[in-house]
Ligand binder design. Structure first.
Ligand code: LLP
Length: 388
């Protein structure tokens, strides 16, 4: 399923902008549903930090996914975009008092709690509001996700989660808190994980831990294994839909779920990355002494992943179909920072001022991380099914 770019339509739109292939998003959501259809206790919450565009969120909510939020703003936005409060989970190491109150007022499904200090504050606020807070504890399993260090979250040196050594003490404490209802354990190892063995290791870790906790008398109604499934940045057209079968099969075969125990997932990138592209135009082809620069009208204000994580998004010149000769360019943006580079020594067909360029696989952590640095306008979005 290859995204088709309607260049004729693009002629009338001011660049840069995001273009979303809603048919691909719909096929991706269908595939997720298909892969969990034989597992009634599996439930996917979409991590809305990956892309909180309202059009995208409504489509995902309509497909029956819940929402995984990391701020009060996301919780409110998720409800406004059609997610049922009872299907919203709220994570994050630093939830403010206002955010906790808001989530309790809205009646979210559960807090993923990251410290004993946080648990005590949730208990206090819930008591003041005469509410019960449903909580899962996020544990830090100290497992290496074999991904970029800036998107690794499950190692002991990361700020996330509670060390396993403290879990029994925490469960004990929760039992004595009148406004806390314990719902289970939560894990999230990191993002853009392409080695499925990492998830196998997580399953083995949970199996051992669950056996031990049960022996100590603790029951875990739900397990939440977070998100993290990676996508192909190299070949978006060959692998437009990530390997959800392989991913869910790991849990089906390796995790020892108890009867009626629920298993939750928090997938972000794998749901939305491939359906979005950043569309830009070439402003200048600048001849340098040692290299040629393709200067685009999009920069890290629209897509920060290359500057922030050294990520390489596939880049295509949409206007040069049929052009045979290739040139090597450094493809850069207009922002006044040397880090505003999308790719170096990148081969593209001979390119010219005015050509349309697509930065692919940008549906996740693209628009959501856009900024107005240099007083640039916030990037706009267009959709395959809606004509302007
Ligand atoms: N659950 C939790 C608790 C998370 O922190 C995250 C992502 C997810 C789920 C969703 O993970 P995913 O399925 O999308 O991998 N801006 C970075 C990625 C940051 C991920 C933050 N947490 C990037 O552009 O690569």
């Amino acid at each position: 399923m290859k995204t088709v770019f309607p260049i004729e339509r693009f002629q009338h739109i001011r660049t840069p902008f995001y273009y979303y292939d809603e048919e691909l998003l719909s096929a991706t959501l269908d595939e997720i549903r298909k892969q969990v259809s034989d597992a009634p206790d599996y439930h996917v919450h979409y991590a809305i930090k990956a892309n909180a565009n309202p059009v995208i969120l409504r489509q995902i909510a309509a497909a029956g996914l819940g929402a995984d939020c990391v701020s009060g703003g996301e919780v409110g936005h998720a409800v406004a975009c059609g997610f049922d409060p009872s299907d919203i989970v709220f994570a994050g190491v630093g939830k403010s008092d206002d955010e906790i109150s808001l989530a309790l007022r809205i009646g979210i499904s559960r807090f993923n709690v990251e410290s004993i200090e946080e648990l005590e504050i949730i208990q206090q606020i819930a008591a003041g509001m005469h509410r019960t807070a449903h909580v899962a504890f996020r544990l830090n399993p100290n497992i290496d996700a074999h991904t970029h260090e800036k998107i690794t979250t499950g190692k002991a040196e990361n700020k996330f989660g509670i060390p396993a050594t403290q879990v029994a003490q925490l469960l004990q404490a929760a039992q004595n808190m009148q406004h806390i209802q314990f719902e289970g354990l939560h894990f999230h190892l990191g993002s853009q994980i392409t080695d499925l063995n990492v998830f196998k290791r997580l399953c083995q870790y949970i199996n051992t831990l669950q056996d031990r906790l049960e022996q100590e008398g603790f029951v875990l109604p739900t397990l939440n294994v977070g998100g993290g499934l990676g996508i192909s940045y190299e070949a978006p057209d060959e692998q437009p839909i990530p390997d959800f079968k392989g991913y869910f099969d790991v849990f089906k075969t390796c995790l020892h779920l108890r009867p009626h125990q629920e298993l939750h997932f928090e997938l972000g990138r794998s749901v939305v990355a491939q359906c979005g592209s950043l569309i830009s135009r070439v402003l200048y082809v600048k001849k340098g002494d040692t290299r040629d620069f393709l200067i685009l009208d999009a920069g890290f204000t629209e897509l920060i992943r290359p500057a922030m994580y050294g990520a390489l998004h596939k880049i295509e010149n949409l206007s040069s179909s049929g052009v045979q000769s290739c040139e090597e360019y450094d493809i850069v943006g207009p922002i006044c920072e040397s880090s505003d580079v999308f790719a170096t020594h990148y081969r593209l067909p001979l390119s010219h001022r005015g050509d349309f360029v697509a930065l692919r696989s940008a549906g996740a952590y693209g628009e959501a991380m856009a900024s107005t640095y240099n007083c640039r306008p916030l990037v706009r979005s267009y959709y395959s099914t809606v004509e302007e």
